[in-house]
Design a protein around this ligand. Structure first.
Ligand SMILES: Cc1cc2nc3c(=O)[nH]c(=O)nc-3n(C[C@H](O)[C@H](O)[C@H](O)COP(=O)(O)OP(=O)(O)OC[C@H]3O[C@@H](n4cnc5c(N)ncnc54)[C@H](O)[C@@H]3O)c2cc1C
Length: 390
């Protein structure tokens, strides 16, 4: 069957999967791609809070660090993309996808060369032993800098405050009509959803009719996430007692209230900057009852006083709720993505189809674009075609 030609592509969600997908599409063709993000910032679960008053002051609220093998990343260099055949996810497979000699698809390499990712260089307290050769990395400019890096090269139109609520197939025109909570309605030739599966299932529209197959619906409904809060304790000036803590990240494996604490500036190797302490609550704490953000902040500040009495009183606290934090049960067999419809193309991806980490998102983005290109040819937008002719 001949491939359909698409010119207008919509990516829903601007986390790591969405930004890398946009970047990979740009790598293939200069298309008319838009990204619709419901929040007023990019990053998703790679969210970093940046202070309005002090550009140096920021805190990672979601993902904290990334695990990879430096030698492997650097040593693997082979052409991959268009002809790559998908294999089940493994760390080695994932890394081998990252490097494409002679072309611009060098995802890990590029981040390391540009110091967007640097080795952690510190021990994490109560951390499981890393298997041989693996290393932890951090993003010195904040985890959202990774998403911004991919976005900058994607050449896609970014639309913040665009919460998709409904997706309908217009069969006669072979397009998707997409609606947002603020009333925007627009048609696209292909739609890529990079939001957690439970959120896909909450969307309205006749696209649900495409999930007629009971096995697929059940498999989608079985995707499960953990939930947690992230609370940041913010300070106005350097604090000796924080500088003197013997760790920059610590897990609390037996605690029902919190599971992880990091001294964010130290984690990123920025010891001299104003400190901030980030706390992730335990799964049980979230599930215990309905909490308001104010209650969570007060409770966590009091609790931290008990278990880490050396920490000073914070000047300010901030709280983020992560109802879909990390995947507990991914989509069966971790396929990387799921094609809900071939023509017009509708694809779901993100960590629901892999695993909740950097590699999982990159693998999903690669799979999404691989599937997209199986079903469509991307038409170069007329504006961009003129531009490149000039
Ligand atoms: C507390 C926490 C700690 C973590 N720690 C680590 C770690 O240390 N290392 C690691 O590698 N990973 C970690 N992870 C996991 C990692 O953050 C995720 O796997 C990854 O960010 C998922 O990226 P994504 O792009 O697939 O999804 P997301 O980042 O969730 O992006 C989806 C985007 O879609 C938007 N969206 C949702 N619904 C709609 C809609 N209807 N319309 C428009 N936009 C919508 C969301 O606002 C979001 O921006 C952690 C996650 C959390 C929450």
């Amino acid at each position: 069957m001949e491939k359909s030609i698409v010119s207008k592509i919509l990516i829903v969600g601007c986390g790591l999967t969405g930004s890398v997908t946009a970047n990979l599409i740009r790598h293939e063709a200069s298309s008319n791609t838009e990204i619709w993000e419901r929040g007023n910032n990019v990053g998703g679960r790679f969210y970093t809070y940046h202070s309005d008053t002090d550009p140096k002051f920021s805190v990672d609220f979601g993902a904290q660090y990334f695990t990879a093998t430096l030698e492997f990343i650097r040593s693997q260099a082979r052409p991959i993309f268009k002809l790559h055949r998908w294999q089940p996810l493994s760390f080695a497979t994932t890394c081998s996808l990252f490097v494409n000699d002679g072309s611009s698809l060098r995802i890990y390499d590029e981040l390391l060369d540009m110091d967007k990712l640097v080795p952690l260089g510190q021990k994490i307290e109560n951390f499981r032993r890393l298997s041989e050769g693996k290393m932890n990395f951090v993003a010195p400019d904040g985890t959202d800098s990774l998403v911004k890096h991919f976005l900058d090269k994607a050449d896609a139109k970014m639309c913040l405050d665009h919460e998709v609520t409904e997706i309908n197939l217009k069969e006669s025109e072979k397009v998707w009509e997409v609606k947002t909570s603020s009333g925007t309605v627009k048609e696209f030739d292909a739609v890529i959803l990079t939001i957690p599966v439970p959120e896909v299932l909450k969307l309205k529209g006749n696209f649900h009719d495409l999930i007629q197959d009971d096995d697929t619906r059940i498999a989608l409904e079985q995707v499960k996430y953990s939930s947690r809060f992230a609370v940041a304790l913010l300070y106005k000036e350097p604090m000796k007692s924080i500088e003197e803590l013997p760790w920059s990240m610590k897990y609390f494996p037996k605690d029902d209230t919190i599971c992880f604490v990091s001294v964010d500036n130290r984690k990123r190797g920025r010891n001299s900057e104003i400190p901030s302490v980030l706390v992730h609550t335990a799964k049980k704490f979230f599930e215990d009852r309905e909490w308001s953000e104010e209650e969570v902040k007060n409770h966590i500040v009091d609790y931290i006083k008990q278990i880490l009495p050396e920490l000073p009183e914070p000047t300010l606290t901030k709280c983020v709720k992560w109802p879909y934090s990390q995947v507990i049960d991914a989509y069966v067999d971790n396929p990387g993505c799921l094609v809900l419809n071939e023509y017009p193309c509708l694809i779901c991806g993100g960590d629901s189809f892999t695993e909740s980490n950097f590699n999982g998102c990159i693998s999903s983005a690669l799979r999404i674009v691989e599937e997209l290109l199986k079903h469509v040819s991307i038409a170069i937008s007329s504006k961009k075609a003129k531009h490149s002719e000039a």
